[in-house]
Design a binder for this molecule. Structure first.
Ligand SMILES: *Cc1c(COP(=O)(O)O)cnc(C)c1O
Length: 428
């Protein structure tokens, strides 16, 4: 496969952009090689600047549930662009998108739009702290909630619950209010509530997608909810990824546990930069300008982005049954991968939720971050490379989730499974 143009473009980019990318995972560090530079997308596929075509299982890391260049989203965006790119004043578009989300989520009476998932989570946490008058928060190892300071934490040494910064530039003082618990392990959450009487909220990806795909046990989520109620803390579901991906009502709709706040992003912008956080009126009322908790954004609720979001959600709401079809395809892909892996004595752990899929090169079931880290990342890197060469674009890390969009056809999946067989033959 000829990729010289991408290689040259990457070298040029590296001179002016740190690492040549604007978000680190794009750099292919964990699989080696150079990232491909994209010229355009079309339906289920990406076309790189060397003219190679790939079936895209990344979909801009989740947003593009209708694939690339969807006609109705494109039309809505073009219409909005002609009226002006940004006003910094309210439009009816924001209310329209807000109503759609509030209608679908019982836990969401009111919602505020921001421009990224990071911003949504950061603001939701500030709101939870403002509402409860408490400082500490609980997050789970392996869950990702964007790159704001207090969320860039890792486990400290030994049995301490309080996190330490996972990145230079984050003062330890900023993370000392972040307690770390273990995914799918209720005892670790109980311990947090024993260690601190000052917990404002517990934030969790109810279907974790940022350590590979690891759904939380429903019982575990119920127990977290009980603990939160008992101790007067809020429960935040981070549905930036799973919202409108796992089902029409996200992970919340699948697990039957009602959170106090939900954060959104990715799909709700239809490919444009949109994030949002919402919850019960009583909590949301605390936000400025009505309440004392400050939050703002020059481009928040941007009309072009709102238009893309509305077009995307309207299409979803009118085709609710599409999730069954997406899940069927995701299952077909995962079962296919598992079967061909087994032909070569490779153990593959797979999972599917709606249009989300994940696979680990791991001999044991994966329930938390520690389990995920035991996966064979070297084998994954070889697999990724082999699939890329054959025209299948998967996330360039073992610890990411894959996505099916409505433009991916059964034939794409069948071809991906055959390609996987060829790759396994080559790498084992
Ligand atoms: C992607 C993601 C974020 C961050 O969103 P950005 O738009 O990248 O800032 C936060 N939480 C979860 C669960 C995500 O998947």
């Amino acid at each position: 496969m000829y990729t010289q143009n991408s290689k040259d473009a990457f070298n040029e980019a590296k001179k002016v952009i740190p690492g040549g990318v604007d978000s680190p995972v794009r750099a292919f560090k964990s699989v080696g090689g150079t990232p491909i530079f994209i010229k355009r997308g079309k339906g289920a596929c990406l076309i790189d600047i060397d003219g190679n075509k790939y079936v895209d299982f990344v979909q801009s890391w989740g947003p593009l549930i209708f694939g690339h260049c969807d006609k109705s989203i494109e039309k809505a965006v073009k219409k909005a662009v002609k009226k002006g790119l940004s006003f910094g004043a309210p439009t009816k578009l924001e209310t329209k998108l807000a109503q759609k989300i509030c209608d679908l989520f019982e836990a969401v009476d009111m919602i505020r739009f921001v421009s990224s998932g990071t911003e949504a989570v950061m603001s939701a946490i500030r709101l939870a702290r403002g509402y409860t008058g408490r400082d500490d928060i609980v997050k789970f190892e392996g869950c990702y909630h964007g790159h704001s300071d207090s969320l860039l934490v890792q486990a400290g040494s030994g049995a301490v619950t309080f996190g330490t910064p996972s990145s230079p530039g984050v003062p330890a003082d900023f993370t000392k209010h972040t307690l770390l618990a273990k995914y799918n392990d209720i005892k670790s959450v109980q311990k947090c509530f024993e260690d601190s009487k000052n917990i404002a909220c517990v934030i969790i990806e109810p279907i974790a997608g940022n350590m590979g795909l690891i759904p939380a046990d429903i019982e575990f989520l119920k127990e977290i909810k009980n603990l939160c109620e008992k101790h007067g803390a809020l429960l935040i579901f981070d549905e930036v990824m799973s919202g409108f991906r796992a089902s029409l009502r996200g992970a919340t709709g699948l697990v039957g546990v009602k959170p106090d706040l939900i954060t959104f992003g990715k799909v709700i912008g239809g490919g444009m930069p949109v994030g949002a956080f919402g919850g019960l009126e009583e909590v949301m009322d605390q936000l400025s300008p009505d309440g004392p908790v400050y939050q703002a954004g020059t481009l928040s609720g941007n009309p072009v982005a709102m238009s893309a979001g509305i077009a995307s959600l309207e299409k979803i709401i009118n085709n609710e049954e599409m999730y069954e079809e997406l899940e069927e395809k995701a299952n077909m892909l995962m079962q296919g991968f598992k079967k061909v892996a087994n032909e070569f004595d490779i153990q593959l752990q797979t999972d599917v939720r709606g249009s989300m899929f994940g696979f680990f090169f791991n001999e044991n079931e994966v329930k938390n971050f520690d389990d995920a880290l035991k996966s064979d990342t070297k084998l994954f890197a070889k697999f990724h490379k082999g699939m890329l060469k054959r025209g299948f674009y998967f996330a360039c890390s073992q610890f990411e989730t894959g996505f099916i969009d409505t433009k991916i056809k059964t034939k794409h999946i069948e071809k991906a499974i055959s390609a996987a067989r060829e790759v396994f033959k080559e790498i084992v």
